[in-house]
Design a protein around this ligand. Structure first.
Ligand code: GMT
Length: 377
């Protein structure tokens, strides 16, 4: 198949899923064309069968705002024509599904299919804003196929947008051959020279991630267990978080590592992963941690209970319940045999989301969409 993938190229789960999916499909012999305004973060190095097409955006002074949706649609048309695309696969609906709809209209007689994968705030937050809701509903309804990364997100889409459409749930995935616990002597020597336990968190530091809660939980844990907190990622809340650590007087125990491309070595040193999010349709970074045998303490929101099993792979608590989450953390950190059981269960659960299995689900879904509505020639 010739597949055009559009995603956000920045640091974020939807871009990661799109890129890893594209690379895996290319390895299986499909031609994959990434169409975006910048090279996706994880598209590092040469990959056979993968081509990146950059969307150029005009900065003509009349426009106060860049017209990305239109520029993307035009680039999609160009790539579809020259590369004979069978599918536009859009990750994160806004504005990608709308650009794809436009492109398909412009391609007129083409049999190209639009598949939209819903990831999270495109449905639960941004898409619900009055300025986007009608166009989101329309673009989802007009897609030839729609997938969601969790049952939670599927239900939210159907109810929030009053849509009657088949939505296939295809969960996120992890390459468990790459994401596995390795020796982490260097990281441990550097960050935990006194044998401290390591707690970690990865995100794009947006409000929805409640990174301040990560710090508050850690502050409680630190009172009982010698430990360090490693924070990976960057975003709008980072400065406030650094300030909070100073106000709490724990800044020497917290390391802000910023954006990291390679996190397996850090996860391999970790004893716990914290995800106290306000909203989380899946929680890809928790899955990556679980694959590295790191139990997760998370909130009960969104798709998280579909991923981790309370009392086995970690613990689940209500949003903002710092007290409970820190007690859970101490319980696991102070009990080596229990921690070992949880770590093994986390890895076992992650294996259920192994990349090869889920990539095959996407391939079958492509086939289904292509055959279901193929126009006879
Ligand atoms: O929806 C977002 O906030 C952005 C998106 C991203 O690009 O990081 O995150 C969502 O998609 C991820 C990949 O499917 C999921 O693992 C995240 O749970 C989800 N984030 C939220 O729902 C907040």
């Amino acid at each position: 198949m010739n597949i055009g993938i559009t995603c956000y190229p920045t640091y974020g789960g939807s871009g990661v899923v799109a890129t890893e999916l594209g690379k895996a499909l290319a390895e299986k012999g499909h031609s994959v064309h990434f169409i975006s305004y910048a090279m996706p973060m994880r598209l590092d190095g040469f990959v056979d069968n993968v081509i990146f097409h950059e969307v150029e955006i005009s900065n003509y002074p009349l426009f106060d705002f860049p017209l990305y949706t239109l520029a993307l649609a035009s680039k999609m048309v160009e790539v579809a024509k020259y590369e004979k695309l069978d599918i536009f696969h859009c990750h994160y609906a806004i504005p990608h599904a709308t650009s794809a709809y436009l492109a398909k209209q412009m391609l007129n007689q083409s049999n190209i299919k639009v598949i939209t994968t819903l990831h999270g705030t495109d449905i639960t937050l941004v898409g619900l804003e009055p300025s986007f809701l009608p166009v989101m509903k329309f673009s989802i309804e007009q897609s030839d196929g729609v997938t969601a990364v969790s049952r939670f997100l599927k239900e939210k889409t159907l109810t929030n947008y009053n849509i009657e459409k088949e939505i296939e749930v295809i969960p996120n995935f992890v390459d468990t051959a790459k994401y596995k616990r390795l020796r982490a002597d260097e990281v441990l020597k550097h960050y935990a020279p006194g044998g401290e336990k390591i707690l970690t968190h990865t995100s794009n530091f947006r409000k929805v991630k409640r990174v301040q809660d990560v710090i508050l939980i850690f502050a409680e844990v630190l009172k009982k267990v010698k430990s360090k907190l490693l924070l990976i990622g960057d975003g709008p809340e980072r400065s406030q978080c650094e300030l909070l650590c100073r106000e709490l007087g724990i800044h020497e125990h917290v390391k802000f590592l910023g954006k990291q491309l390679e996190i397996v070595s850090i996860l391999s040193a970790a004893d716990l992963f914290l995800m106290p999010s306000q909203s989380e349709s899946f929680g890809l970074s928790a899955l990556e941690a679980m694959a590295c045998e790191v139990p997760v303490i998370s909130t009960s929101v969104g798709g998280l209970p579909e991923l981790q099993v309370h009392g086995q792979t970690g613990y689940i608590a209500e949003i903002g319940d710092i007290d409970r989450m820190s007690r859970y953390a101490v319980d696991l950190l102070a009990n080596a045999s229990k921690h070992k059981m949880f770590a093994e269960a986390a890895r076992k659960r992650a294996l259920e989301f192994e990349a090869t299995k889920i990539v095959a689900q996407y391939e079958s879904y492509y086939e289904k969409v292509l055959t279901a509505s193929a126009v006879p020639t």
